[in-house]
Design a protein around this ligand. Structure first.
Ligand code: ZN
Ligand code: ZN
Length: 296
């Protein structure tokens, strides 16, 4: 059997429908996002091997269609985003985890918190394996049978991080991460994000982790893949494709986020500008946020 490779499983994306009509008049904080359309690049046609080449069924969803879809969002009882570690973390992975907690708070303008780390021993032997010499945990078990027991009562979502490689099904080689969108549960691995290994995470490793966190958490806020624009919500079929995509959102996906969180784009953009300056991120990322803020 041909081994299967998957970058990110995005369950339930088949729910999204194409919406061709143009947007009506939106509240000012959403209209402001359109001012960023000149900073948004159109996506080139997909090349062989890329996500959209393999997934031509991913359709554009307008802001209007997003609003009409009734996206998953916080309510008065479920308003925090929790993160939890599974298994051992070295100092570098710990640093990435802590930065991700802050990053997601800034990105989604949501209260984030952590719960005590879960021991990998909580996962039964039947849901672990050594594959091609690499220890792996079965992501489906983590999502279906482990995390639901630990999701706090006031959680909008619970996201698990692990340094151990993941696999979703026995006939898959690995998966970078997996999420259950309407249940607000997700698990992602840092195991394959650095060429140097986790002992020496470069800025590239951190950037990959942040991009995946923003992208996958975006799905938890019911944002589908972005197919028209160059955007952090673009699907990725490989680490190389993910590396070619930006850390930031296009104007339309940012408007969806601002609708969902009922925030101005300034809140998101200013928080991420400050985050990346403090983190010493790539100059191009910091420049994007500064330019975007000037356009509003
Ligand atoms: Zn995705
Ligand atoms: Zn987008």
């Amino acid at each position: 059997m041909m081994p299967k490779l998957l970058f990110i499983l995005c369950i339930l994306l088949g729910l999204w429908s194409c919406e061709a009509t143009q947007d009506p008049v939106y509240p000012p904080h959403l209209s402001d996002c359109y001012r960023l359309h000149e900073l948004t690049e159109k996506k080139d046609p997909a090349r062989p091997g890329e996500w959209l080449y393999n997934k031509p069924g991913d359709m554009h969803q307008s802001l209007k269609a997003y609003i009409a879809s009734g996206p998953y969002r916080t309510d008065s009882l479920h308003k925090k985003l929790y993160l939890v570690k599974i298994g051992a973390f070295d100092a570098d992975a710990q640093a990435i985890f802590e930065l991700t907690v802050n990053y997601l708070a800034d990105y989604f303008q949501i209260d984030t918190d952590t719960i005590p780390a879960l021991d990998a021993g909580l996962i039964p032997h039947a849901f672990k394996r050594i594959h091609q010499g690499v220890p792996q945990l079965k992501s489906i078990y983590i999502l279906d049978s482990l995390l639901p027991h630990y999701k706090p009562a006031d959680a909008f979502a619970l996201i698990a991080f692990t340094s151990t490689d993941l696999y979703p099904e026995d006939d898959w080689n690995f998966v970078f991460g997996q999420a259950k969108l309407r249940n607000g549960l997700g698990v992602w691995s840092l195991a394959r994000l650095g060429k140097e290994g986790r002992d020496n995470p470069s800025n590239q490793t951190l950037l990959r982790a942040l991009k995946i966190a923003g992208h996958e958490t975006g799905h938890m806020f019911s944002m589908p893949h972005c197919v028209n624009n160059v955007c952090n919500m673009n699907g990725s079929n490989s680490l190389a494709e993910n590396d070619r995509q930006p850390e930031w959102l296009c104007w339309e996906c940012l408007a969806k986020l601002c609708y969902n969180r009922n925030i101005s784009p300034q809140k998101h953009l200013e928080a991420l500008r400050a985050f990346h300056e403090k983190a010493g991120s790539d100059a191009a990322i910091i420049r994007y946020y500064k330019t975007a803020l000037q356009r509003l």
